[in-house]
Design a protein around this ligand. Structure first.
Ligand code: THU
Length: 131
């Protein structure tokens, strides 16, 4: 990933965060996933009156990417105020496709990258289905 691509990814996460449907928590999250062909797939959190049906920004982004036919990823940026690390459910879903994915945590208040980590660091010993 080039510096320009990283900046584009961060900006995409910040922009899609504005689309979040979060009337209950009021906590807006944006996620942007860069694929191996250079395309960016985006997602925001979508809450529901039945709270447990809420879907996180990260899983919306991965669903959009898979629906677009992309399954190989270079990095994900996640933007929130303050910056957050993906929840356990999203870690498992991201690790399905990209167990070593670089993860950029972005503070939406300052539009800055506050931490860079990886899926391997966030979810060691992930569940893998072996039949
Ligand atoms: N949320 C995300 O979209 N991604 C995360 O990484 C953490 C949490 C959402 C779910 C819910 O809409 C709101 O943030 C508060 O939990």
């Amino acid at each position: 990933m080039t510096v320009a691509q990283q900046q584009q990814l961060i900006e995409a996460a910040l922009a899609v965060r504005q689309q979040a449907h979060a009337p209950y928590s009021k906590f807006l999250v944006g996620a942007a996933l860069l694929d191996d062909q250079g395309a960016i797939h985006i997602g925001c959190n979508v809450e529901n009156a039945s709270y447990g049906l809420t879907i996180c920004a990260e899983r919306v982004a991965i669903g959009a990417a898979v629906a677009a036919g992309r399954r190989r990823f270079v990095a994900i940026a996640i933007a929130a105020d303050p910056a957050v690390s993906p929840c356990g459910a999203c870690r498992q879903v991201l690790a399905e496709f990209a167990p070593n994915l670089p993860v950029l945590l972005v503070d939406a208040n300052t539009s800055s990258l506050v931490k860079e980590t990886t899926m391997a660091e966030l979810l060691p010993l992930r569940f893998e289905f072996r039949s």
